[in-house]
Design a protein. Sequence first.
Length: 363
Amino acid sequence: MDDPLLLIPGPTPLPPEVLAALSQPMISHRSPAFRDAARNVRERLAHLLQTSGEVVVLPGSGTGALEAAIVNAFSPGDKVVAGVSGAFGDRFLSMARAFGLQAEAVSGTWGRALQPADVAAAVTPDTRGVLLVYSETSTGVLLDLQATAAAVRAKAPDVLILVDAVSALGGAPLPMDAWGIDMVSSGAQKALMAPPGLAIIGVGPRGLAAMQNSRLPRFFWDFRVYIERARAGGINFTPSIALIMALDAALRRAEAEGWDNVFRRHAAVAAQCRAGLRALGFQPLAPEGEASPTVTAVIPPAPLQPAQVIDAMGQRGIEIASSMGQVADRVFRVGHMGYVGEAEVARFLSTLRDAAAQMRGVA
Ligand SMILES: Cc1ncc(COP(=O)(O)O)c(C=O)c1O
């Protein structure tokens, strides 16, 4: 069998320099080497997010990054609107409710992008926040975030816009300040091609102001503490040293490629993947024009079932994933983000062709 190939929607394969960073001897979190890496990571992420605000990187997963944003943005009883057209929109909504926010859903069809006007229509003068998922990983759909934020902002200039960019950051442009996004939550383990375990939160100027006055309880997640300490060149609590060093190496690699080239590569391999799937009789769930550049949810041709395809690919060394919620029985998912290029997608497609032929033969 060929080398195993990890094509789930995160965690993703790691480039050699990231693996090398992970195998270094442990160092002190107060050493100059670590302080440099931590500062580099914050600066590199702020550059990626094109924000004049701050970036906080904490131990945690993507869900932790979402919770951190909520507790730093809001106060009990705040009214928020959440865009829901997949499992992660649903999770963001549930999280807001778990923290006592008055959260209302704008629901759309799973597998389609929410319309900016529909999201804006749910925003009223007393809406404090809008929660959006940029790349809905359960369905492989990319929201038109720029247009949605603009439509929302036109209706409510001071509203806080929080974005789940867990499977988008590093794979699709997200210029926070230009698009008027106030907090962006992500993880290191997807398009950023670093290991799981880091929660990344970009906080724009309006987000920084909100953080000073929000009244939800927070201690470990309190951005004020990290930002104040980081500005003074210090570190508080024990950071995930090895993971930060690995993320620094991954970001350095992406910067050497150039972020615009990285985004173009993601769009190109995603298009290659969708075209190849269609040629084999498989149907991407998302229509062209709404498809995520990092993950594709795929309807197999009858009588093939998603679980059968996942199993057959696994036997051939390629790991792909099931989905969640309403679409769990209809689709499988393939991730094409981070350290993944044309060659990996070509191998996925040729293996799928062989697996499908064999499954049809026995079906
Ligand atoms: C869009 C989105 N949001 C949130 C999460 C949750 O991230 P984690 O599993 O790292 O907590 C994921 C994970 O796949 C995701 O894709």
